[in-house]
Design a binder for this molecule. Structure first.
Ligand SMILES: Nc1ncnc2c1ncn2[C@@H]1O[C@H](COP(=O)(O)OP(=O)(O)OP(=O)(O)O)[C@@H](O)[C@H]1O
Ligand SMILES: [Mg+2]
Length: 332
């Protein structure tokens, strides 16, 4: 089994949209490179609009206009050991070979994706049919009950309609749906943002336990750094479409390097600390016309001349830790 299950290299893309009559491009993901290891939780953190969901859609191969991939590659090693370049596959191939089986996707606001007119068990059966998986009905229902119980849901849930369930239960049903074929990669986009803090912790713990038992890898997208502190083995910090820093959760929280990472961590509330949290001044940039040089430079407290005109190069501290910031480049 290779160490990396998925490799993303120099990925570029975004949305082609019209502003009035003018066709413009939203540069939502720009030159993103990272690998996902076997059996790990990789967090993706960053403020709203920095491209987290766009990156997830690209990895899932859900490239449906106006979303476009303009360059780079996403390769996955399948359960059978085949290496597939996701962005070279047709949407039909992605559906057949990747979705649910290799990669499951829990989209943002997913508790609303359930069909209100169908009982939970029928929604699962539809997914089985869609993949041509032949299981008799009793066997399917049995498998379902097991998956739901793993996520702390009572088995009766299978006969319920979505509106009969609380938000937290619906969210767990969606997560259960994503786990039903035992995928090796789960992309979870803000899986607990819409539920209360206690339910959030329960759901995250169950997801964590399921992943450990099944030795899958989880890409966990969240703007909430406390979720990352609880869940992640490694973290990728995104700003305005770039991954500006990547490293182990331990290193990132102990010694954040990029000024943006530091600002995100400083915004966390710590036990016993009564000081007023300093928010980061300013807004993330417009991704139709991102600033030249480092995209963070207009908000950076350490800005230098070079940052205003030249894109920072990536400085590797070791294989699994990098930062994109002129402060760490000896050739500046
Ligand atoms: N369908 C779309 N059409 C055009 N632009 C889009 C579309 N979806 C997202 N964008 C833009 O792409 C950029 C990245 O958005 P994305 O949804 O990936 O951010 P995010 O980090 O997931 O944000 P959030 O934390 O709010 O979910 C933003 O500028 C957003 O406005
Ligand atoms: Mg999002």
């Amino acid at each position: 089994m290779p160490k990396n299950i998925l490799s993303v290299e120099n990925l570029n893309g975004g949305y082609e949209v019209f502003v009035g009559r003018r066709r413009v491009f939203v540069h939502a993901v720009d030159d993103v490179t990272f690998s996902l290891h076997n059996n790990e939780v990789l967090g993706v953190a960053g403020e709203s609009g920095c491209g987290k969901s766009t990156l997830a859609k690209m990895i899932y191969g859900a490239i449906i206009p106006p979303l476009l991939v303009k360059g780079g590659s996403i390769s996955i090693t399948t359960k059978g050991g085949e290496v597939l370049n996701i962005n070279k596959l047709s949407i039909d191939e992605v559906r057949r070979k990747i979705w649910w089986i290799e990669i499951s996707y829990i989209p943002q606001n997913s508790m609303n994706v359930l069909n209100p007119l169908k009982r939970i068990k029928d929604q699962f059966i539809d997914v089985f049919r869609y993949h041509g998986i032949k299981m008799d009905k009793t066997e399917t229902v049995e498998h379902l009950r097991d998956t739901l119980t793993t996520l702390g849901l009572p088995p009766e849930v299978i006969n319920a309609y979505p509106h009969q369930l609380s938000g937290g239960m619906r969210q767990r049903v969606v997560i259960a749906l994503s786990l039903v074929f035992n995928p090796r990669i789960i992309l979870a986009d803000e899986p607990t943002t819409a539920v209360d803090v206690v339910t959030q912790r329960t759901i995250l713990s169950l997801l964590k336990e399921w992943r450990e038992n099944n030795k899958s890898s989880l890409v966990l997208i969240s703007h909430d750094m406390s979720v990352h502190a609880y869940m992640d083995d490694r973290i990728a910090i995104m700003y305005a479409g770039n991954v500006v820093e990547l490293g182990s959760s331990l290193d990132i929280f102990k010694e954040p390097l990029h000024p943006y990472t530091r600002a995100l961590i400083e915004s966390l509330i710590r036990k016993g600390d009564k000081s007023i949290r300093k928010g980061l001044a300013g807004q993330p940039p417009d991704l139709i016309n991102p600033p030249p040089g480092c995209r963070f430079h207009p908000r950076c407290p350490y800005v230098m001349n070079i940052c205003r005109s030249e894109e920072p190069v990536t400085t590797f501290l070791d294989n699994d830790r990098y930062v994109r910031c002129w402060l760490y480049t000896s050739s500046r």
